[in-house]
Design a binder for this molecule. Structure first.
Ligand code: BGC
Length: 511
């Protein structure tokens, strides 16, 4: 095994510039986030368009236009929800496959595959003659998203100079929010194009995928991936190119050492269930599960539907969703600026309070004023939009980006990619569940659904206070000593039990 090399400043900073090449690579890879975001934003608008409903979901179309239909139930249809949620189920399975392809064949090819599968899905969606092909298209989009969400953030972290790693990671989430906003705006403009506006909305998803596909020919494979696959000289040359300096020896040695160590761990997934990995695994999964239990996607997927439920007409509800999308982008920028200064926990806690208050207030207004039939009084409907904006704002500078950032910075190298794929798939699983269940929950629980999410936010607040360690400004490779071994609860998992047990077994075997 090569000698352990410490970076020049002992903190993991190997020097090197932010080169033009790194910027191009980052822009291209981050379009993976655009693909994901566009999908999140587009389905709500499309599923509230009459032409689309009439063609694929005539029952919902009928219900929606039925004068005395129950407000809370007019969109409740398992197939309509399946249209939205099938994508995430496919992405969930795909992220495990993607984690293998990523380490065996590289990040770049995984992103290329993502964009091609996604493009085929877009074609099927935009041209779909029937519901079956529409759903097959969504599944292909889902596989594309699963591949891209596993490879792109990993790619970004690996090409980034160490001191910009956090900011580059949030670049992915920023692109997710830009994708959602773009979809909201497109929904708004195509809603009046009859009868094929929805085809344009679904077809435009091809743009970010095309950028990723063509752009991927300009980018390089990451040095980590090349070295991991024993292409050492290529790895060294790529490192020189993306860092813009000739002396990359210490970073190169570090990558070789890391890949040697990772190679010794034959079964990263098995390693992940060891006692010592439990704190990181629990935190990574909990961050993603809780991120979804904020109820954010009830808003992101169904905002136009929700705004129609409270009485806005088509245009006004699509316009309100676009405003929500704009606030989502702007507040994510706030997170980029504050996350390394204030720390992760203060942002998460502040957001818990803001989300709890706004959700409870929305629930209260709906309960008091939105009866089974008829619209909300105008002033109340405006209040609902304002509260939704305040709610999204707090999500966007906290659980949104940090749901992805924290899992990426807590695992030690030997379990990082396997651990991260659990984070991605937990996200997809719970996104699927919320997408599939929300409209039915709205129908059966009515306004109480907002109290349901507020209750989860309360639980999340306790989780942050007692169980989540602060990881601000701590180099990833010092997490073990400086975070986990010092935490009042998690330190009990750090007693090296597995190592002791392993050496006992070796002694018993006479080694
Ligand atoms: C979440 C998505 C959500 C989006 C909203 C992402 O971090 O994973 O589920 O729709 O943020 O901006």
């Amino acid at each position: 095994m090569p000698a352990i090399v410490v970076s020049s400043d002992g903190k993991g900073d190997f020097g090197g510039k932010v080169t033009f090449h790194v910027i191009i690579c980052a822009i291209v890879a981050a379009t993976g986030g655009l693909m994901f975001g566009y999908d999140i934003g587009i389905s709500g608008g499309v599923t509230s368009m009459d032409d689309f409903l009439e063609k694929f979901f005539p029952e919902v179309f009928e219900k929606k236009h039925h004068a005395v239909e129950n407000n809370y139930c007019k969109f409740d249809n398992q197939f309509l929800q399946l249209f939205t949620s099938s994508l995430y189920l496919a992405a969930l399975v795909a992220s495990f496959v993607a984690s293998k392809i990523c380490s065996k064949y590289g990040r770049k090819i995984t992103m290329q595959l993502a964009s091609v599968l996604f493009l085929i899905g877009v074609l099927l969606n935009a041209l779909a003659p029937n519901l079956a092909l529409l759903i097959v298209g969504r599944i292909l989009l889902g596989i594309g998203v699963g591949f891209a969400n596993q490879a792109a953030p990993l790619f970004l972290s690996e090409i980034a100079p160490v001191k910009y790693r956090g900011a580059l990671n949030i670049l992915f989430q920023l692109n997710v929010t830009i994708g959602i906003l773009a979809a909201n705006i497109i929904n708004y403009f195509v809603a009046d194009i009859h009868p094929h506006g929805w085809r344009i909305a679904l077809g435009t998803a091809g743009i970010p995928a095309l950028i990723l596909c063509l752009g991927s020919f300009l980018i390089t494979e990451t040095p980590t991936s090349l070295i991991e696959r024993q292409r050492l000289t290529e790895g060294m040359n790529t490192l020189k190119k993306i860092r813009g300096i000739d002396n990359v020896d210490s970073e190169y040695q570090e990558l070789v050492r890391a890949s040697e160590m990772a190679r010794q761990v034959k079964h990263p997934f098995r390693n992940l269930i060891k006692r010592k990995s439990r704190p990181q695994l629990v935190i990574a999964i909990a961050m993603q599960v809780f991120q979804q239990f904020t109820g954010i996607n009830a808003i992101m997927f169904y905002a136009p539907v929700l705004f129609q439920t409270v009485g806005f007409k088509n245009d006004a509800s699509l316009m309100s969703s676009a405003i929500v999308g704009g606030i989502n982008v702007a507040s994510t920028v706030v997170s980029v600026v504050l996350v390394d200064k204030l720390g992760r926990k203060p942002l998460l806690l502040e957001a818990c309070i803001q989300m709890f208050i706004t959700q409870t207030a929305i629930g209260y207004i709906l309960m008091e004023h939105l009866k089974t039939t008829g619209d909300l009084p105008k002033s109340n409907a405006v209040w609902v939009v304002v509260l939704v904006c305040l709610y999204v704002m707090s999500f966007a500078w906290s659980w949104g980006p940090l749901g992805w950032l924290i899992p990426s910075e807590t695992f030690p190298l030997e379990t990082r990619t396997a651990g991260y794929s659990f984070a991605v798939s937990s996200n997809m699983l719970f996104t699927f569940l919320i997408a599939q269940a929300f409209l039915s929950m709205l129908c059966t629980m009515r306004a109480v659904v907002f109290f349901f999410f507020a209750a989860w936010v309360f639980v999340m607040c306790l989780f942050v206070v007692f169980l989540l360690p602060e990881t601000k400004n701590i180099p990833i490779d010092e997490m073990m000593d400086r975070v986990w071994k010092k935490h009042w609860f998690w330190k009990r998992f750090m007693d090296d039990d597995d190592d002791k047990r392993a050496s006992k077994v070796e002694m018993a075997m006479g080694h």
